[in-house]
Design a binder for this molecule. Structure first.
Ligand SMILES: [Cu+2]
Length: 408
C-alpha cells in the first residue's frame, strides 16, 4: 500500500532537532537576528500580517504550554537488527520499512484526531538499550498514505507524504508548543530506517534504530493546537538538457535566479521536467568548494500567505551550509550551517529552524535554495540539499474544528 510513496522525490534521508521552546542551535543567535530583521520588514510591508502570525504562540500561557506537554504521549518503535559489516554510502545500506499506527490503546471516537508534536531517531545496540554511534544513521523517514490521510480527515487538500526525515546532524524534531501535524488514529504510516557506514572497512557491528513519535490526542488540547503541513524544498542539479529551472519554460534571471549546476548524478534518482531537461536531487561533488542554486518555488507550492514555523535540513557529509532565500523580497529566510565529525566522514551537527511566531511566506514570491559543499576528501562525494519546511495549515485547522463539532 505504500508504493505510492515512490512518487515522492526523496524516498530518502533526513534530519534532527533539540527539545526546547525557543530552539537555538549552534548558529541560533545569528539566525534569530536575521529573522528579527525579516520580521520587522515584513510588518512594515504587511500591516496586520505579523500580528496574526505572532498571535498563535502568544495565545498560549505558560500554564497552557505545560498542560499540552503533560498530555503528550509517545510511541517507540525498534527497527530490526542491522548487521553492519562493510562500508555503505548514503542510501546504499540495508533498510527496513514497517507500518506504524498511533494511539491504538485510545478510545474510538473522542480520541480519533491526534497531533504529532515530535519525532526522534537514535542508533542503539541489538538489545535496544545502549546508545550506539550516530555515524551509522543514514536516515529515518515517516510517511503517511496520502489517500488515507485525505479520507480519514475528510479533506480535499494535497499533502506531501513525507512527515519527517531525520539523518546525521539532527536526530530530533520538536515543534514549538501548540503546533503539530494532525493525523487520524486509523491512519497507518510507513516508517523507513536505513544504516550507513562511511568510515569502517569491516566493523561487524549490530545496530538498530529506535524511533519515537510524540503526539497529543485532540481531546486533551482544548482546541489550542495549530496545524503544520510539511513541504520539501530540495536542491537539484541538471544532468541532461539546456540549463534552466525545473519546469520553468522561460526563466528570467532577475526573477528566478541563475539556475542550478550542471553535474553528474550520484544515483539514478532523476526527474524530468517535461521541457526536455533531466534533473537529479542526488548529485556528485568533486573535490573543492561547490555552490548550487535551485529555484524551489514550485516545490514549496505555498498555497496562501502563511508562516513557516519549523525547518529540518538534510545534507550529506562535507556540506557547509544551506540557505533558503526569498528572491522576491531579496532576503535570507533561514541559513543552516553544518559541522563535520572530527577525524572521520560524517555530519556532527546541522542547524534547524524553530519559531512559534513564524516567518511569513507568500504564494506569489519566488524561493531559492543555495547549498555549499566543501569536499576535502580528495575524491568525488555524493550530495543532497533538502529543507523540510513546516507551514501553518489553516485549511486543516478549519476542517478539524468542523470534525470536532460533529463529535469526531
Ligand atoms: Cu541524502
Amino acid at each position: 500500500m505504500f508504493s505510492r510513496y515512490l512518487v515522492w522525490p526523496l524516498s530518502h534521508e533526513v534530519t534532527n532537532v533539540a527539545r526546547s521552546e525557543a530552539t537555538i542551535s549552534r548558529s541560533g543567535l545569528r539566525r534569530l537576528s536575521i529573522l528579527s530583521l525579516v520580521a520587522a520588514v515584513g510588518c512594515a510591508v504587511l500591516v496586520g500580517g505579523c500580528g496574526r502570525a505572532g498571535a498563535a504562540a502568544a495565545e498560549l500561557s505558560a500554564q497552557e504550554v505545560a498542560e499540552l506537554r503533560a498530555a503528550e504521549r509517545s510511541e517507540t518503535v525498534l527497527s530490526k537488527v542491522f548487521r553492519v559489516d562493510q562500508k555503505y554510502r548514503s542510501m546504499m545500506g540495508p533498510h527496513e520499512i514497517v507500518e506504524l499506527q498511533l494511539g491504538s490503546d485510545l478510545s474510538e471516537g473522542s480520541d480519533d484526531i491526534l497531533w504529532i508534536t515530535g519525532y526522534r531517531a537514535e542508533m542503539v545496540s541489538a538489545d535496544g538499550k545502549r546508545p550506539m554511534p550516530q555515524e551509522f544513521m543514514c536516515h529515518s523517514n515517516l510517511d503517511i498514505d496520502v489517500a488515507s490521510h485525505q479520507e480519514t480527515l475528510d479533506v480535499d487538500i494535497s499533502f506531501s507524504p513525507r512527515l519527517f526525515t531525520l539523518s546525521q546532524g539532527q536526530l530530533e524534531i520538536d515543534f514549538p508548543s501548540g503546533y503539530g501535524i494532525p493525523v487520524h488514529r486509523r491512519e497507518t504510516m510507513a516508517l523507513t530506517t536505513q544504516v550507513l557506514n562511511l568510515n569502517h572497512d569491516a566493523p561487524k557491528i549490530d545496530v538498530r534504530h529506535r524511533v519515537t513519535v510524540t503526539y497529543v490526542p485532540d481531546s486533551a488540547t482544548a482546541g489550542r493546537m495549530r496545524a503544520l503541513q510539511p513541504v520539501a524544498a530540495y536542491g537539484l542539479a541538471l544532468t541532461e538538457g539546456e540549463s534552466g529551472h525545473f519546469g520553468v519554460e522561460a526563466p528570467e534571471e532577475e526573477v528566478h535566479g541563475p539556475g542550478c549546476l550542471v553535474e553528474q548524478p550520484a544515483s539514478d534518482h532523476s526527474y524530468e521536467d517535461g521541457l526536455g531537461r533531466v534533473f537529479t536531487g542526488h548529485w556528485q561533488v568533486p573535490p573543492g568548494r561547490q555552490e548550487n542554486r535551485t529555484l524551489v518555488t514550485h516545490l514549496m507550492n505555498v498555497p496562501y500567505e502563511t508562516e513557516m514555523h519549523y525547518v529540518a535540513v538534510h545534507l550529506h557529509p562535507f556540506a557547509e551550509s544551506l540557505e533558503l532565500r526569498d528572491l522576491t523580497a531579496d532576503k535570507v529566510l533561514f541559513r543552516a550551517e553544518a559541522s563535520q565529525f572530527p577525524g572521520k566522514i560524517g555530519l556532527a551537527e546541522v542547524d534547524h529552524f524553530s519559531d512559534p511566531d513564524g516567518v511569513l511566506v507568500y504564494p506569489d514570491h519566488e524561493y531559492e535554495l543555495v547549498s555549499v559543499y566543501r569536499n576535502t576528501s580528495g575524491e568525488t562525494q555524493d550530495s543532497m540539499a533538502v529543507m523540510y519546511i513546516y507551514l501553518r495549515d489553516r485549511r486543516v485547522e478549519e476542517r478539524i474544528a468542523e470534525l470536532r463539532g460533529r463529535g469526531v
